[in-house]
Unconditional design. Structure first.
Length: 121
């Protein structure tokens, strides 16, 4: 037995020993991807609406209504929160779509070395 780069025990016999089957391709969880896409869309729409409302409250605050300043601040904080959470969901969606195939034991497959077997030596 020898240990590969990741730390798993590997049984090697023969010159070109290895699995005769390719690693199974992992499939993207479509329901999770759809949920992320819907959440991103709703947050971006809410962000746009809150920016529009903040502009309206800002114009009413400049005209003399003191409550407009508080509403402007709340709408701005809500818009910042929506944009931040939307960006977090975008990164989670991209991470979900970039998943590597997994080996039979459930661990991610090691990255492919460019150049084939000769370059790996």
């Amino acid at each position: 037995m020898r240990v590969d780069r990741i730390g798993h025990n590997v049984l090697v016999t023969g010159k070109s020993a290895g699995s005769r089957r390719a690693a199974k391709q992992s499939r993207v969880n479509l329901s999770a991807a759809l949920g992320y896409a819907i959440g991103i869309t709703l947050l971006i729409v809410a962000w746009g609406y809150l920016v529009y409302v903040a502009i309206d409250f800002g114009s009413s605050a400049r005209s003399g209504q003191s409550a407009g300043w508080w509403l402007l601040g709340l709408a701005s904080l809500g818009a910042v929160a929506c944009l931040f959470i939307g960006l977090l969901l975008i990164t989670r969606l991209l991470r979900l779509l970039e998943q590597r195939p997994k080996t039979d034991d459930g661990h991610p497959a090691p990255p492919r070395i460019p150049g084939g077997r000769r370059a790996a030596r």
